[in-house]
Each structure stands twice: as C-alpha cells, then as structure tokens.
Design a binder for this molecule. Structure first.
Ligand code: DQA
Length: 138
C-alpha cells in the first residue's frame, strides 16, 4: 500500500503557525509517528506553497498511488485547477483539514476538493491525517 500525502500553502509552518488552531507539532515530526504506526505503508510526502506545483504532484502520483490524502489548505477554497486535477487522475483522494473549516469563516465553507473527493476528514487536529490513513485500510 502506498499513500501520497500532499500539503498546500503555509502547512510548512505547522508547529509555528497559529498553534492554537493547528497545534504545536511540525509535519515532519508527525510523519515520523505515522511511519512508526503504519510500518507496512509507504508514504510519499509533498508540500508546496505554489498551486502549479501541487497540481504537478497530483499528476505525478495520481495514477500509481493507492490513495492520496490532500490538505490543499487555502487553495481548497479557491482552486478550480486543483479540483480539475483531482478529476483527471485515477487514485482516490481524501480531503483532509486540521481545523473544522465549517466552524470558521464563511469563505472556508466552500471547497473545490469535496465534490471530487472520495471522502473528507475535517476537524480532528493533526490526527485528521491519521484518521485518513485508517480510512484507506478499510
Ligand atoms: C486548513 C484550513 C484552511 O481553511 C486553511 O486555509 C489552512 C489549513 C486546515 O487544515 O485546517 O491553511 O486546510
């Protein structure tokens, strides 16, 4: 089983960025714990602040990964192009958010990913990723 994790803009600052919302762990630290817990899964991790690079990565892993977990961060709410990229591939995509976007500002209620995702895991803190991995094992 291989799972690609794709993180969007500002998620490189996890651990430092608004820790009251996003927690105090860096993603690298969290990824170590995921790899320890799921030893049989091969994780391919990618983060970019640039929309086109995220799209290139979706194209790259989107025909070979068993699953993609994507947290497109703010691009979730704006990017028709990321939604179209997900429509263009064959790997199932799970939309992840650390915070509950529906309990926040109205502009975070719109997602271009949700209609083209297999499922959504939102609002469980950084463990949304872990729950996403568990959903791939069913
Ligand atoms: C986020 C929620 C988005 O609204 C926000 O722009 C982010 C992070 C989350 O994981 O909670 O950058 O995707």
């Amino acid at each position: 089983m291989n799972i690609a994790i794709i993180n969007g803009p500002n998620l490189n600052l996890l651990g430092k960025r608004e820790p009251n919302i996003y927690g105090s762990l860096t993603f690298d630290e969290y990824l170590i714990s995921l790899k320890k817990e799921f030893k049989d899964i091969k994780f391919e991790y990618f983060q970019s602040n640039i929309e086109g690079k995220i799209i290139d990565q979706i194209h790259k892993v989107g025909f070979t990964s068993n699953f993609i977990l994507i947290n497109a961060a703010a691009y979730t709410h704006t990017s028709v192009a990321i939604g179209d990229a997900i429509k263009s591939i064959t790997s199932p995509v799970i939309e992840i958010h650390i915070s509950n976007t529906f309990s926040r500002e109205d502009f975070r209620h719109k997602s271009y990913i949700s209609p083209v995702a297999k499922g959504l895991i939102i609002g469980f803190g950084i463990d949304s990723y872990r729950l996403g991995v568990l959903s791939c094992l069913k």
